[in-house]
Write a protein that binds this ligand. Structure first.
Ligand code: FES
Length: 152
């Protein structure tokens, strides 16, 4: 089990929204990870819609959640918070990519074989389109260490 700092208490993970943490994969790429609590369990999902997979489901920390489903703020896809299954929208039937999370003695850990926790909150991105009001934004791919730009 990966040990993360700072420790995140179970009570800090919302049941009616999400907490965003940052995790790094084997290629040293940082990704935003959604955490959502259902009772004493916590699930983790990459914050990447299955319609356009480089697009986060929400724009900030705290995804819109209705009746146990996340709602993509871009084109309205619904994803079950506990299973990651898209139940409505352009990617219906697809599933969010899981990031394994464990809870031990009231503390939440990333327990994934691929991703390791790197911090709380969204990845720092430098916006390439500072004038857009669209939910689809341009950003620096892979976080602050890459130079190419792409559509989220
Ligand atoms: S990007 Fe999420 S529904 Fe289109």
């Amino acid at each position: 089990m990966a040990v993360e700092t700072p420790f995140v208490p179970l009570e800090a993970v919302p049941t009616d929204s999400t907490m965003i943490v940052t995790a790094r994969d084997e290629d040293d790429t940082e990704r935003d990870v959604l955490r959502h609590r259902t009772g004493d369990d916590v699930v983790g999902w990459l914050d990447a819609c299955q319609h356009y997979r480089r697009v986060p489901i929400g724009k900030d920390d705290g995804e819109t959640t209705r009746n146990g489903e996340f709602v993509c703020e871009n084109h309205g896809a619904y994803f079950e918070a506990d299973s990651g299954l898209c139940t409505f929208g352009p990617c219906e039937g697809a599933r969010l990519e899981a990031v394994e999370v464990a809870v031990d003695d009231g503390i939440v850990y990333v327990s994934d074989d691929v991703y390791c926790y790197t911090g709380l909150g969204l990845i720092e991105r430098e916006s390439a389109d500072r004038t857009s009001t669209s939910n689809v934004q341009f950003y620096e791919v892979g976080g602050k260490n890459r130079t190419s730009y792409g559509l989220l």
